[in-house]
Design a protein around this ligand. Structure first.
Ligand SMILES: C[S@@+](CC[C@H](N)C(=O)[O-])C[C@H]1O[C@@H](n2cnc3c(N)ncnc32)[C@H](O)[C@@H]1O
Ligand code: SF4
Length: 431
């Protein structure tokens, strides 16, 4: 396993990718899909597929500035949540996330309604369990912060990307540093225990000096966590054309960012994630590689051990809008059936286990692996390969990517994909 020139292949935060999902041969009743699963340690996810603008780099399932349809979307979300509770009354959630899109895009009343659906209709005890919500500088407000506090949400992740107006403009996300400053000051004055700031490196024209400036500016808010994202551009966009004209500086900027944050007292958890060493929760956040997830909302995925499913997947505005519309028009009974997803045989379950354990700050628990799959970790050749490359370190029964491995994370993740999944992804026609 040796990288070619480019180590930035893909952010493998989940497996299999939705591009490998297909229409199921026969629809599966929700109850049947979950009947043999342990439903006591689930993760809950809520997807809000709306943003105030569509950033030039983003290929997430979201549309910007929908003119209408928020109400009907939230009503469908409520039907879906209630249907889950009624069909699977024994579900218990251990951790949760509210993402998108930008959940704080909603007006205060709608934002309150969304949180209430999650807590009261789906039954996620947001005050007792560990959870996170995504926010943007433009849409966060004191009223929404007060709601986040009252629901006991532990972590707010906010996309700042860069402190230089010229750079955020180039990212197709015009944002003044003043606006970012105002949002972070509001969050700093709240009682929310963990604030995460997202930054991006590899922007056209970004230099080590301008990158260091953004990192230093970020330190003024003393965030518990910082995520550093290498920029991935979408094919055929202006951003991609611009970035193709210049040398790829991402690896240099990555090292600059990593070394800077370590000096500032952050612990490197993964290629992207840096946390203040003294603050806990990393383990809670990176749920065990074998626990299931229930996602609600258009674009949300759900996982049992053997079946992953979601609504249809798309990237273009028109196709996403049509999926959201179909979702919003679903009747309660429509949520009883799963029609789109992928089955995971044991080979795929093992690959998923490795990816969830090694990528994005996880840890590979050898005992759990051997118990679960009834085979020795030493019989998995790809793991031996990673050791041979010097990218893994073992401590007792726990294996993790080491510093050299984390640097290669966006190469290692995709290298763990099976040929079957790679074929399905390449055959998928993006809409
Ligand atoms: C799930 S997104 C949503 C956060 C929120 N909507 C916002 O943008 O403020 C989380 C982060 O992923 C990063 N991201 C998304 N697409 C990216 C891309 N193509 N390249 C690099 N980073 C990306 C951005 O830093 C973003 O803040
Ligand atoms: S990066 Fe965030 S705000 Fe921008 S389009 Fe993507 S989800 Fe929306």
């Amino acid at each position: 396993m040796q990288p070619k020139d480019n180590i930035y292949e893909q952010y493998a935060y989940s497996y299999p990718h939705k591009q490998a999902y297909r229409e199921l041969p026969t629809p599966i009743p929700l109850q049947a899909a979950w009947s043999k699963e342990d439903k006591t340690r689930l993760s809950a996810y809520l997807h809000l597929p709306f943003c105030e603008m569509r950033c030039g780099f983003c290929n997430l399932f979201t549309v910007s500035n929908p003119k209408n349809g928020i109400d009907t979307y939230l009503n469908a979300l409520q039907r879906e949540a209630q249907n889950h509770r009624a069909t699977l009354p024994s579900i218990q959630f251990e951790a949760y996330a509210i993402g998108g899109g930008t959940p704080t895009f909603l007006e205060v009343d709608d934002f309150a309604k969304m949180l209430s659906i999650f807590k009261n209709d789906l039954g996620v005890d947001t005050n007792q369990k560990y959870g996170s919500i995504e926010a943007s500088p433009k849409s966060i407000s004191p009223e929404k912060i007060a709601l986040i506090e009252s629901y006991g949400i532990d972590r707010v992740s906010i996309g700042i990307q860069s402190w230089i107006a010229q750079e955020t403009k180039l990212l197709g996300r015009p944002q003044t540093p003043e606006l970012a400053h105002q949002a972070l000051s509001q969050l700093a004055n709240s009682t929310i225990p963990e604030i995460n700031i997202d930054l991006i490196y590899g922007i056209h024209g970004q230099t080590p000096k301008s990158w260091l400036y953004s990192l230093q500016k970020t330190m003024e808010f003393d965030p518990v966590e910082v995520y550093l994202y290498p920029l991935y551009t979408r094919p055929l966009t202006g951003l991609e054309k611009m970035n193709n004209q210049e040398k790829d500086h991402r690896r240099t900027l990555y090292k600059t960012g990593r070394d800077f944050l370590k000096k500032e007292g952050y612990e490197q958890v993964s290629m992207r994630c840096f946390r203040k060493a003294a603050v806990g929760h990393v383990e809670t956040r990176h749920n065990s590689a074998v626990d299931g997830m229930i996602g609600i909302g258009a674009g949300a995925r759900s996982y049992t051990r053997t079946l992953h499913y979601s609504t249809h997947y798309a990237v273009s505005r028109k196709a996403i809008q049509s999926i959201i519309e179909t979702y919003s028009n679903k009747k309660s009974t429509d949520f009883q059936e799963i029609t789109y997803g992928i089955y995971l045989d044991e080979v795929e379950q093992i690959r998923r286990f490795l990816i969830k354990s090694l990528i994005d700050g996880g840890s590979l628990d050898v005992d759990l692996f051997e118990q679960h799959f009834n085979q020795k970790i030493t019989s998995i050749s790809i793991v031996s390969d990673l050791f041979e490359q010097g990218w893994l370190t073992q401590n007792g029964s726990i294996i993790r990517l080491n510093e050299a491995g984390m640097e290669m994370e966006d190469f290692i993740g995709p290298a763990l994909f099976s040929d079957n999944i790679l074929n399905l992804m390449s055959e998928y026609e993006l809409q």
